[in-house]
Design a protein around this ligand. Structure first.
Ligand code: BES
Ligand code: ZN
Ligand code: ZN
Length: 454
């Protein structure tokens, strides 16, 4: 954790300056370990730019063997205020947060950083940022965890341990409790696996008695594709198919740690999508908690099945006022937007506008997808209420619309982070190989936007 600088001995000094000539470059300053980090023109400065600059600077320091350093924010604090300090700290901490190695041998030496500079409100901004950054790192840790070390019940245990420590009310439903609720779509995917499914519910009540915003996150701890088995080459990342779950977990933790006055409930269906003699197969027709029937076109389109029941659970059991679902749902979104930008769609203009404001604050990149009436027909089935595959393309949109069919009349947003949740090579300077923690900050900002003012 980065502390305020109070004259400690430090090898390195990284001085951030705005400069229209040399954006995002480092130049040597006075002495071997003093560097100037150019962040671009003051008029274009954003917290995101500072996060990237800090990521680049501390990675450079680390590559050159630096162990202690000062981030000098004095020149950028007057431009963006306390947000500049928080962004530098977040960028630096995220850049240093790496996926753990299970290799035996010498542990890595830690790196210590301090932030130099002061302005009104800085302390408070750093305190808020500390909880948010910690939550992003916890989300990354869960996503980086191999599937054999994070089964659905392991995920439930990890999440409830962290959540309970912050006073969040936790409930974990096992397969019998899910069966009693009629969650057939959820159970169809996960109940034939050796490690049984769990529905994890985290209720943060910071805002009185108002109905909660429900954040529903896809928690597939491994997605082999089931009988529609994935090719070996696309199985490498299957442990990361619970990044939506990690995102909603991280957001709720950060809201609770910062005592944001809002009610938010995370609903996380967690399953393994595997093959066993009893697993579902294409052509099956299954039920769901909503009562709707579903024709299974492809067992690799498992995310929307478990999310459908989790959304129904959020509406009917948690009395959701609004719903966001977030998932590593489709390869198609990676084809459209690559690894830097997530796609989203919604049934409510006001909620969409609030989401836009949220990612405006967080600096994460999202792009809206159109919902034309003919797209809805692409998931019609000749023998059931819905099909879990599209008959006519539009893979990302139709996957979202499938889930939206279970949101009843609630304002709802669907977010597909299949491209942004994981990077084999970092796309932004504060990322490291593996999980990115995508979604945590934007969901945090979205919910914070609904905090009651008093
Ligand atoms: N978890 C995958 C989507 C995915 C793809 C995540 C790439 C991360 C990177 C999802 O369950 C899936 O397999 N989707 C299929 C759906 C198809 C069978 C309709 C896909 O996108 O190919
Ligand atoms: Zn799949
Ligand atoms: Zn999946």
């Amino acid at each position: 954790m980065i502390q305020p600088y109070q004259g400690q001995q430090a090898q390195w000094r990284l001085t951030f300056v705005s400069d229209s000539e040399k954006a995002m470059t480092l130049t040597p300053g006075d002495g071997p370990c003093a560097w100037t980090v150019h962040v671009g023109d003051a008029k274009d400065l954003t917290p995101e730019r500072l996060r990237r600059a800090a990521g680049k600077a501390v990675k450079t320091m680390k590559d050159l063997g630096g162990k202690t350093g000062v981030l000098d924010a004095a020149a950028v604090l007057p431009i963006l205020g306390p947000a500049a300090g928080a962004a530098l700290v977040q960028g630096a901490e995220l850049a240093l947060h790496e996926a753990p190695s299970y290799a035996t041998g010498n542990p890595k030496e830690p790196i210590t950083l301090w932030l130099d500079g002061s302005c009104d409100g800085l302390e408070e901004a750093l305190r808020e940022n500390e909880a948010v950054t910690r939550s992003i790192c916890l989300a990354r840790d869960l996503v980086n965890c191999p599937a054999n070390k994070l089964t659905p019940s392991d995920m439930a245990a990890e999440m409830t341990r962290e959540a309970e420590a912050l006073g969040i009310q936790c409930q974990v439903l096992d397969e019998n409790e899910a069966r009693a609720l009629g969650m057939e779509a959820f159970l169809t995917v996960g109940s034939s696996a050796l490690h049984p499914p769990r529905l994890i519910v985290l209720r943060y009540q910071g805002g009185g008695n108002a109905d909660p915003i429900c954040l529903v996150g896809k928690g597939v701890t491994c997605d082999t594709g089931g009988y529609c088995l994935k090719a070996a080459s696309s199985m490498k990342g299957i442990k990361g198919d619970m990044a939506g779950a990690a995102a909603v977990f991280g957001a709720v933790l950060a809201l609770a740690a910062n005592h944001v006055p809002v009610n938010v409930t995370a609903v996380i269906p967690s399953v393994e999508n595997r093959i066993s003699p009893d697993s579902y197969i294409p052509g099956d027709v299954i039920g769901s908690m909503s009562g709707k029937t579903i024709e299974v076109g492809n067992t690799d389109a498992e995310g929307r099945l478990i999310l459908a029941d989790a959304v129904t659970y959020a509406v009917r059991k948690e009395h959701a006022a609004k719903i966001v679902d977030i998932a590593t749902l489709t390869g198609a979104v990676v084809g459209m937007f690559g690894f830097t930008t997530a796609g989203y769609l919604s049934n409510d203009d006001g909620f969409s506008a609030a989401f836009q404001a949220a990612y405006g604050h967080s600096g994460e990149q999202y792009w809206p997808l159109p919902v034309f009436p003919e797209y809805r027909k692409m998931i019609d089935s000749p023998l059931a209420d819905l099909s879990n595959t599209s008959s006519d393309g539009c893979g990302t949109i139709t996957a979202g619309l499938f889930i939206g069919a279970f949101a009843e009349d609630k304002p709802w947003i669907h977010i597909d982070i299949a491209g942004t949740a994981w990077v084999d090579s970092p796309r932004f300077e504060y990322q490291t190989k593996g999980a990115t923690g995508a979604g945590v900050t934007t969901l945090y900002e979205l919910c914070k936007g609904y905090a009651k003012e008093d």
